[in-house]
Design a protein around this ligand. Structure first.
Ligand SMILES: NC(=O)c1ccc[n+]([C@@H]2O[C@H](COP(=O)([O-])OP(=O)(O)OC[C@H]3O[C@@H](n4cnc5c(N)ncnc54)[C@H](O)[C@@H]3O)[C@@H](O)[C@H]2O)c1
Length: 422
């Protein structure tokens, strides 16, 4: 099989997770990429990822701190997988396109809508593939949720509710995630929620929102929970406390293009008991969507039929069939390989399988000349849902996604753009 020669740029927590995804892809027998370089502004991080790659894949990629030098030394390099912090995605992605490379970029696609627009312009100039690494929608349980919606299982969608709160005054994963010029958690985490809205419900037309920054001082957590193994190498670098500049709480009302309403509340300042609720109401019933990376299947409640879960869901979702790579990684046995109704595995296993799938799709698009599922326009739309909400909070009026994408208004993001000279 042809293999795309590519480099990981950004060798922190997520760079390491992408490497685990490459190992998973390699072991699946469907590997279509070859990791030839690791690049990071911090040489120690690039060296560490290269060491890990040698251990996992049996071959040590070259180590670089400068992308232009990397391309000069590896003339047949075809693509980069950008796993730097969101604040640098536009710089790295635009430089990669200008160097003639295909780009897979972690979410959020860009740090602002303007940053996304610059990435799209650079892609158009280069004529290369741009894929945004949205992993949640690729989870088989989200694929099943979508197939149930496609089959009209709950009837006409009326209402989408996505409500969550937690984290109190703790630093979430890394300090940069609480800084406005790095997007804040409402972009860094919220863009996943926005992408799932688009995936389940279709386009969003307009939002009205309010935001708050409650926890201005945040403290180092005793434990970062399930992500600990990915970030423990840098744990000693985390200060005891930081001053947050990004909003931590959002309440947003959404108008979907299909006429449905949405209610998106997300807070990273939730003290006490954390909570989370995602549910879709329609003209025939309601559905709790499946989980992301936990194997929890969707649950339906239909008028007159009560609760429907497990294998019974499959009868209501005839279009549910995983693609070859997803079936290879998640299928339990030959009969249910393309239609698993649930799966059971630890979070790190499910996590790296999704990253394997998004890497596989990216390379496949390069090899076949096809367009990825989450291309630049979809990636920008998810960022636009977040920024339309932030903008609405500043302007105190509803904001359409089209005006945000066209940069007809951008007061909230103006100082972020100024920070990067955008
Ligand atoms: N999809 C998911 O589930 C998921 C989960 C975690 C993180 N992410 C995303 O991955 C990205 C990275 O997050 P992280 O937690 O790994 O951050 P991190 O701080 O752990 O690592 C970022 C790395 O990028 C390097 N870097 C920064 N600017 C660079 C540049 N211009 N060129 C080369 N290297 C550069 C840093 O030195 C660091 O090693 C973010 O966009 C984040 O949103 C996605």
């Amino acid at each position: 099989m042809d293999r795309v020669r590519f480099a990981i740029v950004g060798c922190g927590g997520m760079g390491g997770r992408h490497l685990l995804g490459l190992k998973e892809l390699h072991d699946s027998g469907m590997g279509n990429v070859e990791l030839v370089a690791a690049c990071d502004l911090r040489r120690d991080n690039a060296e560490h990822l290269a060491d890990e790659a040698e251990r996992l894949l049996g071959r040590r990629p070259g180590v670089y701190t400068d992308m232009a030098e990397m391309v000069a030394r590896i003339p047949d390099l075809q693509a980069v997988d950008i796993t730097t912090e969101g604040g640098s995605h536009h710089r790295v992605a635009c430089a990669a396109f200008d160097l003639g490379l295909h780009v897979l970029v972690e979410k959020p696609m860009g740090i602002t809508v303007r940053a996304c627009n610059q990435i799209l312009a650079a892609q158009a100039r280069a004529g290369k593939v741009l894929s945004v690494a949205e992993n949640y929608r690729r989870d088989p349980m989200n694929r099943l949720t979508r197939a149930l919606l496609d089959a009209d299982a709950i009837g006409t969608p009326y209402l989408y509710m996505d409500i969550s709160s937690g984290s109190g005054n703790r630093i979430v994963i890394t300090p940069w995630r609480h800084m406005k010029h790095m997007g804040g958690m409402l972009l860094d985490g919220g863009v996943h929620n926005a992408d799932l809205m688009l995936y389940f419900m279709g386009d969003v037309r307009e939002v009205y929102a309010q935001t708050r920054l409650w926890e201005k001082t945040r403290y180092r957590p005793d434990d970062i929970g399930g992500l600990k193994s990915f970030y423990e190498r840098w744990a000693a670098e985390m200060p005891a406390s930081i001053q947050a500049t990004a909003e931590d709480t959002l309440v947003s009302v959404l108008n979907f293009s299909n006429g449905a309403l949405g209610q998106w509340t997300q807070s990273y300042a939730g003290h006490g008991q954390g909570s989370g609720l995602r549910v879709i109401y329609g003209s025939k019933g309601s559905m709790t969507p499946g989980g992301s990376r936990n194997g929890v299947p969707p649950v339906l409640h239909l008028d007159g039929a009560g609760e429907i879960r497990g294998d019974a869901l499959l009868e209501l979702a005839p279009s549910y069939h995983l693609d070859d790579i997803s079936a290879r990684l998640y299928g339990t046995d030959s009969t249910s390989a393309t239609r698993p109704a649930a799966y059971q595995m630890p979070f790190p296993d499910a996590d790296r399988k999704l990253l394997a799938i998004e890497n596989y799709e990216f390379a496949d698009c390069i090899l076949r000349g096809t367009n990825p599922e989450v291309d630049g326009r979809v990636g920008r739309r998810a960022v636009a849902i977040c920024y339309a909400s932030f903008e609405s909070g500043v302007l105190n009026r509803p904001v359409t996604l089209d005006e945000i994408e066209a940069e007809a208004t951008g007061r909230y993001e103006a100082d972020v753009n100024a920070h990067y000279g955008l």
